[in-house]
Design a protein around this ligand. Structure first.
Ligand code: DI6
Ligand code: FE
Length: 402
């Protein structure tokens, strides 16, 4: 298949166009696509042998990538929202057996088919906002069988919604009730059974750990990551969300593609990310919903040229928001990111955060995943919320069904 996308107002996010940083609009751009991969980008390309598709001078960006979601789960936590508004903290609720563990109880009871049914509308909400790739984590099963059930459900989403899915095993999300006071034995289960089973069946691309006082220690995280790396899986962490445990620096030094949340990341942590090329993923939805006041160290990240991604962290407890453009808006209003930074955050930096290096930019050699928009400027993409200006999405050069 040879297709030429013509009359694009192109926002490539590709830095080789030095003076624009890939962010300024290139008028009348053309994108040549062969077998789903971009072969050339320019303004006056020969069209012989190509099927031409006019984008009618609409804005064309790389398809957005939501690089951190917990899209698969059963139940909801609206009552906990109410409890928190009445003064309980997220940690208090978790200590009383609520929080993550209440979603674990509901998810264990659900069949894989039911989990898929619940996840599909969430994925549809994301794609209506220009998303072409979603990272989906497990982490609400916490037994070998239930974690695998979640991963199978996550992988099945793309049979119902036109979207690329990448999956992450988050077996070390919380200590399940059966292992209370026996964290090391649970980490043994994650390392000796869960990771090998997920790797064997090719169900996960990466492994994640929640490193926090209410979850797992940096040493436990390191054990899980060691095992993941031995099985050829990428590693990434939920780190420095509620306190500074040094998890981000440890994860980065082990080769993590991203560390996520990072409100409590310190100077040494930032420098370690810079040294190892680890992406700092900002999750403003969780910051907002938990009414967190500790800001992620944005200026330090900028000063050290750490790539920043922006994601929804869609989950029932701390970020029940299936809108990536809302997160871009919050990353700007709450954290002070520029519109250029937020767009990088959901395209090329997000691609790096999930280790999908052929996505997130419009340039030769990259996958032809595009979002086409009825807006004039890139800033408009994170400006209005709820009125999605998406015109169409293309996956590997083929129009997606929305
Ligand atoms: N941090 C979060 O914000 C989510 N997981 C995590 O490690 C919350 C998940 C939940 O509360 O259900
Ligand atoms: Fe998360």
């Amino acid at each position: 298949m040879k297709r030429m996308f013509t009359d694009c107002r192109l926002v490539s996010m590709h830095t080789s166009i030095e003076h624009t940083g890939g962010f300024q609009v290139v008028e009348n751009a053309m994108i040549a696509v062969e077998n789903g991969v971009i072969s050339t980008v320019g303004t006056n390309l020969p069209t012989d042998g190509f099927e031409c598709l006019s984008m009618a001078h609409r804005l064309v960006t790389p398809g957005f990538i939501d690089s951190h979601t917990h899209l698969v789960f059963a139940g909801d936590r609206a009552t906990e929202f109410e409890q928190r508004l009445n003064g309980a903290s997220y940690q208090d609720i978790a200590k009383q057996g609520g929080g993550i563990l209440s979603t674990v109880a509901a998810t264990r009871k659900a069949s894989m088919e039911h989990l898929i049914e619940l996840a599909v509308p969430r994925a549809q909400s994301l794609v209506s906002d220009g998303v072409t790739t979603i990272e989906v984590k497990s982490g609400y099963g916490l037994t070998v069988a239930d974690e695998l059930k979640m991963l199978r459900a996550a992988n099945a989403i793309s049979q119902h919604v036109d979207v690329n899915i990448t999956t992450t095993l988050l077996g070390a999300h919380a200590l399940p009730p059966e292992y209370q006071h026996n964290a090391e034995a649970y980490i043994d289960l994650v390392c000796n059974e869960m990771i090998p089973a997920a790797a064997e069946e090719n169900l996960a691309d990466a492994v994640d750990v929640f490193c926090e006082t209410m979850a797992f220690t940096p040493a436990q995280m390191a054990r899980v990551f060691d095992t993941a790396l031995k099985h050829g899986l990428r590693i990434k962490g939920h780190t420095e969300q509620l306190s500074n445990q040094g998890g981000s620096a440890l994860a980065a030094s082990m080769g993590a593609v991203s560390v996520d949340h990072i409100e409590y990341l310190d100077d040494i942590g930032v420098k370690t990310l810079a040294e190892h090329g680890t992406v700092a993923t900002l999750l403003p939805g969780a910051f907002y919903f938990l009414r967190e006041t500790q800001m992620p160290p944005i200026d330090l990240l900028r000063a050290n040229h750490v790539p920043m991604a922006v994601a929804t962290d869609f989950n029932p407890g701390t970020s029940p928001f299936a809108r990536l453009t809302l997160m871009m808006n919050m990353a700007s209003t709450l954290f002070g990111l520029t519109t250029k930074e937020t767009l990088y955050g959901v395209t090329r930096h997000a691609a790096q955060a999930v280790g999908m290096l052929t996505k997130g930019q419009i340039a030769a050699g990259f996958d032809a995943d595009f979002a086409v928009w009825d807006v004039q400027t890139p800033a408009a993409l994170s400006y209005q919320i709820g009125l999605s200006p998406l015109h169409a999405r293309y996956l590997k050069g083929v129009k997606a069904n929305d």
